[in-house]
Design a protein around this ligand. Sequence first.
Ligand code: AKG
Ligand code: FE2
Length: 311
Amino acid sequence: MDKPRPCGCKGCRTCLICEKDYGIQKQIPLDMENGMYIYCPFCNKAYPGWNIEDYNSHPNHSGDAIEYPGIYIDLNFLSDDEEKVLINGVDSMPWDLSQSGRRKQNFGPKCNFKKKKLRLGDFQGFPRFSEFVQKKFSDHRVLKNFQTIEQCSLEYTPERGASIDPHIDDCWIWGERIVTVNLISDSVLTMTYNDKPKRYNLDCVSKYPSVLTETGDINNSGHSYTVKPLMNSDKHPVVRIPMPKKSLLVMFGAARYDWEHQILRDDVKERRVCLAYREFTPPYLVEGKEDVAKQILLKAQEFWDYKRVEM
Ligand SMILES: O=C(O)CCC(=O)C(=O)O
Ligand SMILES: [Fe+2]
């Protein structure tokens, strides 16, 4: 295993600090040969474009739209006051250094994605200030029966050149719906078609039923999602998903399993914080599956008050 550098980055992950201190070159540029599209949260389609502001021209879009299934956005998920409560809450707690210039606060079990091993670790549930967010999830049809088992605050700042490299969240333990609540400043999730079908435990997806249908209804058929690996002849554009502050984003289906997502450094114009929520895959929700999963589900019902220890 690589040892992290003092900034928190390891191996090919970099931020502005280690690029300067170690003279490392930042990553591969995006392949934009097949065009760029920006998703419109009002039309639920994507139009030719790049900038987050482009969706404000709705309904006067230019160019031909493409379908982009697997995205649900509520632009007004949080009120101004609710956003303030969350910002004050995260800022009252300590941050840990993460990779690519990010900082994080992680509340959830310990997962070894390679060995597929799950442990409770020091998971005690979630900070109380954020309890209302999970309650509000139930107002949304696409989040029916969503049981949070991991909540992670992530912080990006332009000073650190923060970003997140293209990836798909693990498919052995994390369920279909990946939920993000956006705070402080607007950003964009950049989607590129996945060309690494053997990674991310994507082979697990065929072993459990999908939670949602393509249209975001609850899937009662028991069918699994069929992951569609990149074919040689395929030409997929880059698709950009707006993540304005106070909005909720749910990724599922094709957007979750067939596309990698990333946050480009250039899209972090101001400090941005998000809260990322994850659920278990269906096998871990089944009664009696594994004792540890039961324990985690129980802990995940708890919310605690954070008290700063004065030094
Ligand atoms: O910052 C974001 O919105 C994305 C974070 C993400 O993809 C992750 O934590 O897996
Ligand atoms: Fe992710």
